[in-house]
Design a protein around this ligand. Structure first.
Ligand code: HEC
Ligand code: HEC
Length: 220
């Protein structure tokens, strides 16, 4: 019985072993990314640099391949995504590394008795809570659940297996900027229907309500 189990293990996991992800390599590459996206990939400058930590690894990898092929324009990142700089194996490593960085949305209560200044500093650096924007959260929530949730997941958390990005926990400015790119045909929203930009069906007012909901959906 034991032997059979070992064989099963070998068959199931061999393909993974061959293309094993190297998280140490990913961490090293991320030092370059951190120059813009920040040490824990939480982005900055109010969304000029998007938060990428915790995004599905396959979504990150896909966007990097699009930048490299210049199918999605990204001038600041171009020098970092040339094939020589970023071969596929590096793309997979850095995407897996960034995917597993976990941010927090609020600081845990202070432990007065065993205060650890270094630990506290680390927690502060890993904290990201998108500021609430004014808007009709209730309308936004029901629109979101009806029109976006099937792909972007419950509470805007994204879907790892389908490589759909999380929207809650992303800077509102960044989301708006991407809406502009989809509408202008500079990005493709839904690969299955590239000619139908689904955000065109929504007014700015409706999207504003959706983003208001998403800006509080990341509160915990
Ligand atoms: C020189 C600055 C800079 C560096 C270095 C950089 N990025 Fe970026 N990155 C950007 C900017 C700016 C954007 C947003 C582009 C836009 O507005 O569409 C971006 C967007 C992205 C996105 C798309 C996110 C989304 O949700 O749409 C991913 C993924 C990404 N970067 C990953 C990386 C990785 C991985 C590295 C390191 C290999 C890296 N970036 C290095 C500036 C940078
Ligand atoms: C059919 C599935 C589907 C539906 C429905 C959908 N999306 Fe998306 N969305 C995606 C996928 C897939 C991506 C990543 C595509 C890419 O490569 O640019 C995405 C990306 C985005 C992005 C860019 C995020 C980033 O980090 O770059 C925004 C903003 C967005 N969607 C908003 C919405 C909103 C708002 C709705 C509802 C009105 C919606 N989407 C409905 C599949 C969907």
């Amino acid at each position: 019985m034991k032997i059979i189990k070992q064989w099963l293990l070998l068959f199931c996991c061999l393909p993974y072993a061959v293309s094993a992800i190297d998280l140490d390599n990913g961490e090293e590459i991320n030092e370059v990314c951190a120059g813009c996206h920040g040490e824990f990939a939480k982005g900055g400058k109010d969304g000029e640099y998007p938060r990428i930590s915790g995004q599905p690894a396959e979504f990150i990898a896909q966007q990097l391949r699009l930048f490299r092929a210049r199918e999605r324009q990204n001038m600041p990142m171009l020098p970092h995504t040339e094939a020589r700089e970023l071969p596929d194996s590096d793309i997979n490593d850095v995407s897996a590394y960034i995917n597993q960085i976990q941010l927090i949305t609020q600081l845990p209560p202070m432990d007065e008795e065993n205060f650890d200044a270094l630990e506290r500093l680390l927690q502060t650096k890993k904290m990201l809570n998108i500021p609430k924007i004014d808007g009709d959260v209730e309308t936004g929530k029901s629109l979101y659940n009806k029109e976006c949730r099937s792909c972007h997941g419950a509470e805007g958390k994204g879907k790892e297996a389908q490589a759909v990005p999380m929207l809650a926990g992303q800077y509102t400015n960044y989301l708006w900027k991407q809406v502009g790119k989809y509408r202008a045909g500079e990005r493709i929203h839904d690969e299955d229907e590239p000619d139908e930009e689904l955000l065109n069906d929504f007014s700015d007012e409706q999207l504003h309500a959706i983003f208001a909901y998403l800006s509080v959906a990341d509160d915990e």
